[in-house]
Design a protein around this ligand. Structure first.
Ligand code: ARG
Ligand code: ASP
Length: 724
């Protein structure tokens, strides 16, 4: 009995141990390699990352700093998400050519659309440079000297490390200052739009389905990298030629089945996997609820107006989506952290940590860490909450306050930098704000203000409130600000900004919106920010020591560095999940599900007629599986924001899907990864091909690709087989 129990425990541990983690591609040998092979991987580690010959990493560039993309043809064709290319698609759209509504397809290369401010960055090489960066640091007496020395070492090595002229060296820290890696990179800035499905495919389900499984979104778009005649990075020129990649991903037509191995390669932005229990409790009980309630009020008001007024819907759709994205994520995150008892699990780990520490005789070094966490996290709480109020309400969600804050800064510029800087900034504001006011609706913003300012006055930490807000009546204040402020219209702004500096500042200082924002900013920057920064610095130092201790004590052999926007590998399997009692979610969705959700004319769930027709005719070409068209699938890959557009790769190195989201119950994976409910969501590669081929008729794109049958071996050419 006892033995059985132990065995069961071991088994659970083993199965769980194979999941989660965002790993550095140059360090996969050993434990990761074994796990990946156990999960079914057929490639070697060198197929994933190799400096001396081409490997998967050569096909996976960072997309404009925030998303991931992958090269899928020998002519530099690039695949990423629709929501990653959204800005570019929108920028090329007009009333006559509405590419968001109708989609865009270049049927020949001349039709591809150049983009300003769009670049992709490849990783050429990754080197561990910890030793060089920490050289001469330990002997220094205090923290600020240490940091200065580290910075000095970083810039020296960045300058001296060998690279080509058209490459760059970037050094990033891992494990919170305990490891340093150097990246040699190549950045291409002539990247052109090749194709995008209509929003009713690329953003199907919109906010309602966002973060949710079952999902049915064709969230993809296509670009092409152009290079100069030597295949090197070059600014846009019509003489540039399609980039020839060192590697591109073949695309599998064989699809996925439950338990198939998957690898997701990309640039995850930020995670906090090593927080102590006290920090997690603070997120769940204090920080998330505050931000959620503020955004809940904002979204309810906006939605009410959007539903009644078409013009407002257009003005506010993008803003609504962006506010709703993290609102929804935080709700899922809090529920997930509670459901999986993340804080409880961490407490148990902390107990083990403390015991190990004593056994290893490291009590003097690390013995007070956990107690110090406790003290400092408790001390920072009111400051952190006040900070969230200020940034959510003043800097983000009330547009009048956000804009007015720019004028408060303008006055600061005058005080700190003088007349010339003031005039430059003033002219900037006068020309730049026109765009903003086009999409600003005073009625909407006024209602939002009334809702959130009441919360600010009554519920935020009272000790940091200026008198003007503390004693205010929300209704009265709203009427005053929106009734009298000149900053609610662009005309008003121009009027305020006319005249000499003195008169401008005088006009501003008698404006009720300006007075309020100036008051709120003053109390934030005097009462909150300095103390917050001081405590936060202490916490950062504690987190670094906590990480160092865990690395030294070897409490966890699957310890991986938190995401920091550098290239990582995560792997897992295609897997169903059970979010609650008696509910089991299958891992693959089909076009049938799109039709089930179809609401003709709806802005979230409309379906293009052509797609309905293809569905009715079951005209799926070579892309169907058993007569059905797969759309999305989920897996146990550990991803986060920034992984959007990441390739999902099969056991042999072929593209099987395109990552774009996570399931709602598992969004807590940024803080605590629980393999039983954390899933990433991918578009099935065959759905992408089907849309390009059958929906758009862009056979020119299909003919560039290398389509393979790794499972069935069907129609695979001999030379492909040999390569595998
Ligand atoms: N939740 C996904 C990610 O953070 C997709 C967001 C875009 N889609 C949307 N409906 N807003 O970023
Ligand atoms: N949707 C996210 C992104 O845009 C991915 C995620 O958070 O899972 O990067």
């Amino acid at each position: 009995m006892k033995f059985l129990k132990l065995f069961a425990l071991l088994f659970v541990f083993q199965v769980q141990a194979q999941q989660g983690g965002m790993w550095i591609p140059s360090l996969l040998d050993g434990m990761n390699a074994k796990e990946m092979q156990a999960l079914g991987m057929k490639m070697s580690i060198k197929d994933i990352y190799d400096v001396n010959s081409s490997s998967l990493k050569d096909a996976v560039p960072h997309f404009n700093g925030g998303c991931t993309s992958e090269v899928i043809s020998p002519k530099g064709l690039l695949l990423t998400n629709h929501h990653c290319g959204y800005g570019q698609i929108q920028a090329h759209s007009s009333v006559e050519n509405d590419y968001l509504a109708d989609g865009f397809w270049a049927y020949k290369m001349e039709d591809e659309l150049p983009n300003e401010n769009l670049e992709v960055t490849f990783i050429v090489k990754i080197e561990d440079v910890t030793k060089q960066i920490l050289e001469g640091v330990a002997v220094l007496p205090n923290e600020s000297d240490k940091q200065a020395k580290i910075q000095q070492n970083i810039s020296a090595l960045s300058n001296s490390f060998p690279k080509e002229k058209y490459q760059e060296n970037k050094i990033r820290t891992f494990f919170e200052g305990n490891q340093y890696m150097l990246f040699v990179t190549e950045t291409y800035s002539d990247v052109r739009l090749v194709g995008a499905p209509p929003t009713s495919i690329g953003k199907f389900g919109s906010d309602t389905d966002n973060w949710v499984w079952p999902r049915h979104t064709g969230d993809f778009s296509l670009f092409r990298i152009y290079a100069d005649k030597n295949n090197q990075p070059a600014k846009y020129s019509k003489d540039n030629v399609p980039y020839t990649p060192k590697h591109f991903l073949p695309i599998s037509l064989d699809g996925v089945a439950e338990d198939d191995f998957t690898l997701v390669f990309g640039y995850p932005g930020k995670t906090s996997e090593y927080l102590p229990a006290v920090a997690i409790e603070q997120i769940v009980n204090e920080l998330n609820p505050t931000k959620i309630e503020i955004r809940d009020r904002v979204l309810k008001v906006t939605d009410g107006f959007m539903r009644k007024d078409k013009a407002i819907k257009i003005q506010y759709a993008a803003k609504y989506a962006s506010t709703a994205n993290y609102y929804k994520k935080w709700i899922g995150e809090s529920q997930g952290l509670q459901k999986s008892n993340a804080a409880g699990v961490k407490k148990a780990q902390e107990k083990v940590f403390q015991e190990k520490l004593i056994k290893a005789g490291k009590e003097t070094e690390y013995g007070s860490l956990l107690a110090d966490f406790d003290t400092n996290y408790k001390a920072i709480a009111p400051y952190a909450i006040a900070r969230d109020y200020f940034s959510e309400i003043v800097l983000r969600n009330v547009e009048l306050l956000k804009t007015t804050y720019k004028f408060v800064q303008l006055e600061q510029i005058y005080k700190n930098k003088g007349e010339q800087s003031f005039t430059d900034r003033k002219n900037n504001l006068a020309s730049g704000l026109g765009e903003f006011y086009k999409d600003f609706n005073k009625k909407v913003d006024e209602k939002i203000f009334e809702q959130v300012i009441e919360m600010y006055a009554k519920q935020s930490p009272q000790q940091f409130l200026p008198v003007s807000l503390k004693n205010a009546n929300a209704t009265q204040l709203t009427a005053d600000v929106y009734g009298k402020s000149k900053l609610t219209t662009f005309e008003g702004v121009k009027e305020i900004l006319s005249g000499d500096t003195k008169s401008i500042l005088k006009k501003l200082n008698s404006d009720p919106a300006f007075k309020l924002v100036k008051d709120l900013s003053a109390s934030y920057f005097n009462e909150v920010a300095p103390k917050y920064d001081e405590l936060n610095m202490k916490i950062t130092a504690l987190q670094r020591d906590y990480m160092k201790a865990q690395l030294e004590l070897g409490t966890n052999d699957r310890i991986f560095p938190d995401a920091n926007s550098t290239l990582r590998v995560t792997y897992g399997q295609v897997k169903s999940y059970a979010p609650k009692d008696a509910v089991l979610y299958e891992p693959v969705t089909y076009l049938e599900g799109v039709m089930e959700k179809y609401i003709p004319g709806d802005y979230e769930f409309d379906v293009p007629t052509k797609l309905v027709d293809l569905y009715k005719a079951k005209d799926y070409g070579q892309y169907a599986q058993n007569g059905k068209m797969p759309v999305n699938f989920i897996g146990t890959n550990h991803t986060t924001g920034g992984n959007s557009g990441s390739p999902a790769i099969d056991a042999n190195g072929n593209l099987i899907g395109l990552n774009f989201d996570r399931v709602w119950e598992g969004t807590m994976s940024d803080i605590y990864y629980d393999p039983s409910i954390c899933r990433n969501i991918m578009v099935d590669a065959r759905y992408i091909l089907f849309i390009i081929d059958k929906y758009a008729g862009a056979t020119n794109i299909i003919s560039e690709l290398k389509l393979v049958h790794p499972k069935t071996g069907k129609s695979m050419k001999k030379k492909d087989l040999k390569k595998k």
